[in-house]
Design a protein around this ligand. Structure first.
Ligand code: GAP
Length: 447
């Protein structure tokens, strides 16, 4: 399978099975926007929940905020985004198409029509709109280009309300917006994206230790969501390529079907942001160490994870095709922890009320382990398995006549009563288990 082919298959499966749809599709779409469908939304929530657990809730030094997307524009003046959050743009003098100069091999001629490309200029990527009824520049506001802004703006509020001791961090998940010149590669480069970000505030002399700890945490998270370790690569970003606020950045790159590209970033933002906001807002953002009485502006380590790029990395690494029982099939080898459906329960035949009743009972029992236990009685059992394989459901549980203890269908005269078949997604192997044993299998897999 070529990489291009694989990407097409992932996009097709994502749509067919309700993971990701093109944004506003009935109107022909809108470049750089995608919508998450019934399966995608749960996959995304499972990723976010695991991130919240590992990056915030399991720690005593982390706090959450959920800040507004629209912020006072002075915020972005101080942060340097109005002056410097831009990409190099070139325009074709003939067809007028615009391109990101750093994505072109030849910056002299148009890749579409061969026309002459104009001078390179910087294009600011922030989306600008107006707050209130005035539509002039006095009412200009921006959709935040990174969730980090809302964290820096609330650093003082968190200190004043919670009184955390340094080091501590603030975590936030939310939308960010970038007017990308060339959105592309499905949900890799979007104009509307979601980020999971931490700003971790430390004493300046402790930044290296904190950087190392978050670097390790990002690898642990990659393992937790099921990304193979050998598909993640660290790239130390050179001085000349780092964002204006960073003194050290490591990109966590992933082997996507279209090449090795940035998945997440880890940056040492020094005291750049807090110092700039202290100056811009005329508000002290110094931290007072109550024990030593030292007053200083904390430095910041920022692990920044794009949700959409994470979803794409998961789909790409989980996509499988094989032969099972003489038939080709496609399945997603998702880690059970993040799979949208943990198990599917099914009566062998849907027109046998006693099978259906028993299957409902089994499903209710398994739902005590996890609520995401699906029901499917549509079509034959093979088709039901194929559907679940494509959404990455780790287990399928079938209730048949043996479960009812029917002596006419069981040579063991009812010895299999109250047992079910549990089918494993990746191998297709089936086991005969009691309901309690099936519950234990699911519990063990998702824990
Ligand atoms: N607060 C730091 C920051 O925003 P960034 O490297 O520009 O740094 C962080 O973005 C992460 O956000 C990236 O590593 C990536 O996962 C995600 N991201 C950035 N731009 C994106 C885009 N246009 N579409 C999808 N995800 C994007």
């Amino acid at each position: 399978m070529t990489d291009q082919n694989l990407m097409e298959k992932i996009v097709s499966l994502a749509k067919r099975r309700g993971f990701v749809f093109p944004g506003s599709e009935i109107y022909g779409g809108l470049a750089g926007t995608f919508d998450y469908g019934p399966m995608g939304v749960v996959l995304k929530e499972n990723i976010e929940r695991l991130w919240l657990q590992m990056f915030r809730d399991d720690r005593d030094d982390m706090y959450g905020v959920d800040a507004a997307i629209l912020m006072n524009p002075k915020m972005w003046e101080s942060s340097g985004h109005i002056a410097g959050f831009s990409d190099p743009l070139v325009e074709c003098e003939k067809c007028k198409k615009r391109f990101r100069a750093d994505h072109l091999d030849d910056t002299k001629s148009c890749p579409e029509c061969g026309g002459k490309l104009g001078e390179e200029r910087q294009f600011n990527m922030m989306f600008k709109t107006h707050a209130g009824a005035m539509e002039d520049d006095s009412a200009a506001v921006y959709l935040r280009p990174e969730t980090a802004g809302g964290i820096f703006a609330n650093y003082k509020n968190v200190i004043d309300s919670i009184h955390p001791k340094l080091p501590f961090g603030i975590a936030q998940i939310g939308k960010a917006f970038r007017n990308e010149i060339a959105p592309r590669d499905f949900i890799f480069r979007l104009r509307e994206l979601s980020q999971m970000e931490v700003e971790y505030f430390v004493h300046p002399r402790e930044w290296e230790q904190a950087f190392k700890e978050w670097q390790e945490m990002m690898h642990l998270f990659a393992i937790a969501i099921g990304l193979p370790s050998d598909s993640i690569h660290e790239l130390e970003i050179a001085d000349t390529d780092r964002a204006h606020y960073s003194k050290r950045t490591i990109d966590f790159e992933f082997d996507y079907p279209f090449g090795r590209k940035e998945l997440w970033g880890l940056a040492y933002r020094t005291d750049f942001d807090l110092s700039a906001h202290q100056k811009g807002s005329n508000t002290s953002l110094e931290y007072l160490d109550e024990e030593t009485k030292e007053k200083f502006i904390p430095h910041v380590i920022e692990p920044s994870l794009g949700v959409d790029r994470t979803v794409l990395a998961i789909l790409a690494s989980a996509y499988r095709e094989d032969e099972l029982g003489g038939e080709g099939r496609t399945y997603l080898a998702l880690a059970p922890k993040i799979a949208p459906v943990k198990a599917m329960v099914s009566p062998l035949l849907k027109n046998k009320p006693e099978l259906v009743a028993k299957a409902r009972e089994v499903r209710a029992e398994l739902k005590k382990v996890h609520p995401a236990i699906a029901w499917d009685d549509n079509g034959n059992i093979g088709k039901r398995y194929r559907r679940q394989d494509e959404i990455g459901t780790p287990f399928c549980i079938t209730i048949d006549f043996y479960t009812l203890g029917d002596p006419t269908t069981s040579s063991g005269q009812g010895t299999l009563k109250d047992t079910v078949t549990l089918r494993h997604r990746d191998t297709g192997e089936q086991e005969r288990l009691t309901v309690a044993e099936a519950a234990a299998r699911i519990r063990a897999a998702i824990e």
